[in-house]
Design a binder for this molecule. Sequence first.
Ligand SMILES: NC(=O)c1ccc[n+]([C@@H]2O[C@H](COP(=O)([O-])OP(=O)(O)OC[C@H]3O[C@@H](n4cnc5c(N)ncnc54)[C@H](OP(=O)(O)O)[C@@H]3O)[C@@H](O)[C@H]2O)c1
Length: 337
Amino acid sequence: MSETVDPADVPRRALHTGAAMPAIGFGTFGSDHAGHDVVAEAVRGAIEVGYRHIDCASVYGNEAEIGAVLREVQAGGIAREELWITSKLWNDKHGEEDVIPSCRQSLEDLGLEYLDLYLVHWPFPNFHPPGCDVSSRSPDARPYVHESYMKTWRQMEKLVERGLVKHVGTSNMTVPKLKLLLRDAAVKPAVNEMELHPHFQQPELFDFVREHGIEPVGYCPLGSPNRPERDRTPEDTNPLEDPVVVEIARAHDVHPAVVCIRWAVQRGQTPIPMSTRRKNILANLRAAISPRLSDDEMRALAGIDRSCRMIKGQVFLWKDGQSWEDLWDPDGEITPP
Ligand SMILES: NC(=O)c1ccc[n+]([C@@H]2O[C@H](COP(=O)([O-])OP(=O)(O)OC[C@H]3O[C@@H](n4cnc5c(N)ncnc54)[C@H](OP(=O)(O)O)[C@@H]3O)[C@@H](O)[C@H]2O)c1
């Protein structure tokens, strides 16, 4: 079997601007298990095997190392237009004066003149240091305030006007927050990045964004099986061990991870799996071009949603007595301050 995938064979998502985004990307959050150089080498491996969509963020701390790789692959003959590079605005940079410089810093680190997509990483403007414990609380934690978010968004729109980014998007949003943004935005979000795997399918938000011409990008598509202990709770489940996933994997003679990626691409979201191993990097990309799962298999996978959110966001809680569910507007309305 070939050790690479032809990028031309990878499906694409048509965004509302008419642009085409590869329907699978490569994640770059190394967390505790992969240092910056390891992630950068994984990105090199991903591009070598055929990925063209890379999901970066300033808070991952590795954009300079990834940038060195991006420069090299472009010098080696891959044109900038063939790549789809995403980055994200971190939570301590929501201030009106901070958005454009923050984007410029990512551009400089990544060695790019423009980003294909720039996301507001979280709707909460609460700084917390990378790697802090889920029980950590920021003294300057603040709730979601739509007027403040719109000030940030106006600056995101300026980035588009200035040609520094081709598309802007959101991440970790909810239906009520997106409704307000869609009402008030001059430049509509092209993408919403959200947690999506067979144990966390978010059907309501998934349908909402697609109905509004916003592409769902799915993070932790494998349920982030190697996330640090501090990010786990006893209730968490593992989609890779789900009997339905395991059985379908056995029938196709693939790893359960491959089933999760195939399901994601076929359902209509863009998964962004991360791996440091060439074998897994390639297997995940191949999953995007592998034969379709049957209708029965897709139905069985739709039936194993456990509403199990892995990335709960506890560090964004802004006052005592709250539970992490409050961050996700469980009553269909923005949780009051
Ligand atoms: N917008 C946001 O707020 C947000 C939040 C979280 C994540 N993200 C993005 O989403 C990306 C993916 O999330 P994630 O990295 O947490 O989780 P993930 O992609 O669900 O899982 C990654 C883990 O799965 C293992 N793995 C990958 N492919 C495999 C395969 N084929 N077989 C077996 N194991 C496999 C990897 O280990 P090995 O290295 O050993 O293969 C890695 O530790 C991140 O890197 C980041 O870019 C965004």
